[in-house]
Write a protein that binds this ligand. Structure first.
Ligand code: ATP
Ligand code: MG
Ligand code: MG
Ligand code: MG
Length: 482
């Protein structure tokens, strides 16, 4: 079954059960604490918090999500994309635990002829919060699950909250056993590769207070309005239903891998590192496409920097696969064609967004052309220096990293990644010091220009305010957002 059809089936199933079908919100998060929408519930937060009255008691959506936190997992696990789609069903003070478990079980185990996904009930495992006996009883009664396939987990894994005063509650996660060839027996608490998490049910039933830690925080009491928030990974379900090994091989992603195969002349499945690169390319090109379609453009900070980083990483992965020619003009249209069944606007906007993407690739090619030799020289120097001390790991100096940044436009994470490929560390502390010295110099210069000569007290004041407001240096934004 194609991904677009699995998606539609979801919406049809919940719509037939009284849920309002709500279109995906754009990827740009309405919540200022994150750059992007990271879960299906994000657009519904005001209803969950009771700040706004929901126009409907129940709703369903297939929400576009970006989680840059998962970037290092991409291509290495079977299940993490930087972009993915989260199918959700939501109840705002309407049905609760029993309803959520009943719907989930029915949809995943009903036959495909009956509108379900047709998973074999014997392959389903669930986890529940350790003292949520109610959920255990419901899973037994509704699904007939045996005790050993209901596993209990603690706060960290199976208790949801926003991290501050507000709604909170236990979760129950649904896993599919992919079979003994994929890992050890014993359920998801033992092996999350073999047992693939597909769906998270969150039962918002308590109000929590500020304070505490991730493992223990104060609960104020029951919520007046109990809510259901669920999220099912569309790509994960698609990869299981399509009988492929991972989410990068589904119909919506695989064509880009095939494009990388064609361009590089390498075979997918022949070499582990090359396979990871091809999956990274396919993932990042798609994420870039979806971000640009929602209006993000490459830049040096915030969302634009994440986009830049995704595009650059995919271009570099192509280089490591031996492709020197521009790759996006081939790969981006493949991604568009794979995604346009669900997102027809991609075709409409393609002219605009591809122009931006191709220009970004050209600019990055120039950056690489001028900086790569300098980086290689610095790496060789670091290795030579390390050879003089036994067991020392080579370290590229802060001065070299700074020069790459300042003269050749290499952002620090590019230097970090390229150095890492050569087994070389980077002296980040020294780099940061040089960066802040440069900022102070620039400020002093600006001030001196304005005042003729800098009044020392005024300068110190300004310096203090600026340092405060720059407590989070923009250069590192790409690492810290969710
Ligand atoms: P995992 O433990 O595998 O990282 P998670 O517990 O972080 O997943 P949730 O926050 O519970 O995921 O999100 C709900 C669902 O969204 C998951 O059950 C999964 O199916 C899907 N999902 C989460 N992260 C990703 C991702 N990076 N790529 C694809 N699907 C994802
Ligand atoms: Mg995760
Ligand atoms: Mg998980
Ligand atoms: Mg989860």
């Amino acid at each position: 079954m194609r991904t677009a059809e699995i998606r539609q089936r979801w919406l049809d199933y919940f719509s037939a059960r009284g849920h309002a079908v709500v279109p995906s919100a754009p990827l740009i998060s309405p919540d200022p604490s994150t750059l992007f929408v990271i879960a299906g519930m994000v657009p519904f937060i005001p209803y969950m918090l009771g700040e706004q009255t929901p126009p409907w008691p129940r709703a369903t959506s297939v929400q576009k999500c970006v989680r840059t936190l998962d970037i290092e997992e991409v291509g290495k696990t079977t299940r993490h994309g930087t972009f993915f789609q989260m199918n959700g069903n939501f109840s705002f003070g309407d049905y609760f635990k029993e309803g959520a478990i009943t719907y989930a079980w029915e949809l995943i185990t009903s036959s495909q002829a009956d509108g379900g996904y047709g998973f074999d009930p014997d392959t389903i495992w669930v986890t529940v919060f350790h003292d949520d006996d109610e959920a255990v009883q419901l899973w037994k009664r509704i699904a007939g699950l045996p005790d050993e396939r209901i596993q209990r987990r603690g706060m960290r894994d199976n208790f949801w909250s926003t991290g501050a005063r507000g709604p909170a509650g236990p979760c129950s996660e649904i896993y599919v056993d992919r079979g003994p060839q994929y890992g050890a027996e014993g359920g998801p608490v033992v092996d999350e590769d073999r047992y693939l998490e597909i769906w998270n049910l969150v039962f918002m039933q308590y109000e929590r207070d500020n304070g505490g830690t991730k493992d223990a925080f104060p609960i104020l009491g029951d919520l007046k309005q109990k809510n259901i928030d669920t999220g099912m990974g569309l790509e994960r379900v698609a990869y299981l239903m399509q009988g492929v090994d991972n989410m990068y091989e589904i119909d919506e992603v695989r064509p880009v891998i095939d494009g990388a195969v064609e361009l590089s002349g390498k075979r997918y499945g022949a070499d582990h590192d090359d396979d990871v690169r091809m999956r990274v390319v396919a993932d990042h090109v798609r994420s870039g496409l979806m971000l640009m379609s929602d209006g993000v453009t490459p830049s040096n900070e915030g969302r634009g920097y994440v986009l830049r980083r995704l595009l650059r990483r995919s271009i570099r992965a192509m280089r490591l696969l031996g492709v020197e020619d521009p790759a996006l003009p081939v790969l981006l249209p493949l991604s568009r064609d794979a995604m346009s069944a669900s997102y027809p606007e991609l075709t409409r906007d393609f002219e605009r967004l591809s122009t931006v993407a191709y220009a970004e690739e050209e600019a990055f090619r120039r950056t690489l052309a001028s900086g790569t030799t300098i980086l290689d020289t610095a790496v060789a120097g670091a290795k030579a220096a390390a050879r003089t001390t036994p067991d020392a790991r080579p370290v590229l100096s802060g001065a070299d990293a700074f020069q790459l940044h300042d003269t050749y436009g290499f952002p620090i994470d590019l230097t970090l990644e390229m150095a890492e490929e050569h087994g070389v560390d980077v002296d980040r502390e020294a780099f940061k010091t040089l960066m802040s010295e440069q900022r102070s110099r620039a400020r002093a210069d600006a001030l001196a220009k304005r005042a003729g000569h800098a009044d020392v007290a005024a300068y110190q004041d300004l310096h203090a305010t600026l340092s405060e407001s720059e407590a989070k240096p923009v250069t590192f934004v790409g690492y810290t957002d969710a």
